[in-house]
Design a protein around this ligand. Sequence first.
Ligand code: AHG
Length: 337
Amino acid sequence: MKSISLIQFLIEERRAGHINAELSLLIEVVARACKRIAVATNKGALGGVLGEAGTGNIQGEAQKKLDVISNEILLEANAWGGQLAACASEEMEDPQPIPDMYPKGHHLLLFDPLDGSSNIDVNISVGTIFSILRCPDGVTEPKAEHFLQPGTTQLAAGYVVYGPATVMVLTFGHGTHEFTLDREVGSFILSRRDILIPEETAEFAINMSNQRHWEAPMQRYIGELLAGKDGPRAKDFNMRWVASMVADVHRIITRGGVFFYPLDAKIKSKGGKLRLMYEANPMAFIIEQAGGAATTGRERIMGLQPTGLHQRVPVFLGSKKEVEVATHYHVAADAAV
Ligand code: AHG
């Protein structure tokens, strides 16, 4: 079978009118940066990249050395090409402008440079997540407010998993596609086109240690899955939790399943655990384009009007039927009070 490189795929997407030249260049640059992150990640202890950076991010979380390195790689790669108006990163409080000496483009790039970074030191898959928006017309110095666009306006979203293989999953709103890095050649090669997530599943992903803090509808839903064949769902369910969203989502993209990071009493004041702009929106776009669903447990994630660059939300995503059941339990419980 003739292999199709990411570059060839991007040219075809341009010809189909799905993307313009600037967005195509932007994806190429992000892919190149992610190859560098893959190299840094693969070096592990030999590259001196493991352990704490000794700094904290805007969320007050301790940064790993690889969080900082990955953030710098993405910023540096994207500064000079003329494809961006500004970047925003989970690791930085404010958007990063494009330096004055470089031309500016029409796109806004948001990224979580190294998702699941608590897994780096134990050699478990981590990843990069990104989302691309159009810079509002007439805005030459984008501020945080210009990034606050609903997920439905995303032009592209993707993630890269640095696992046994380095894999990029991408959508421009015309299906979800997977590319695998051929390390010898140095290119991402199309490995799955138009991915479809099975509507039904018997596999769920959640951090069960938070169970006692969940809201009642979540307790009910997971309780029913755990009851298996003998419970109201009359079916046994299996559970997986990698604690790297990229790896959990990639499993769902590959064989179906559902992922939950619900609201719980410990994180209620923050609105959730995962970030709307860097994690929930891009993953929701990818999952919906693969035939799945993504909600906060109450409403569609991509329909939310963001209120802050670092806003957090509950996340339910994956196989459509299960997301619908869990969401229905929350909506019905709200309606009953
Ligand atoms: P981070 O980007 O700070 O490493 O966060 C990881 C996220 C996500 O990837 C994962 O699903 C979740 O946090 C894991 O959270 P718990 O440690 O609470 O299970």
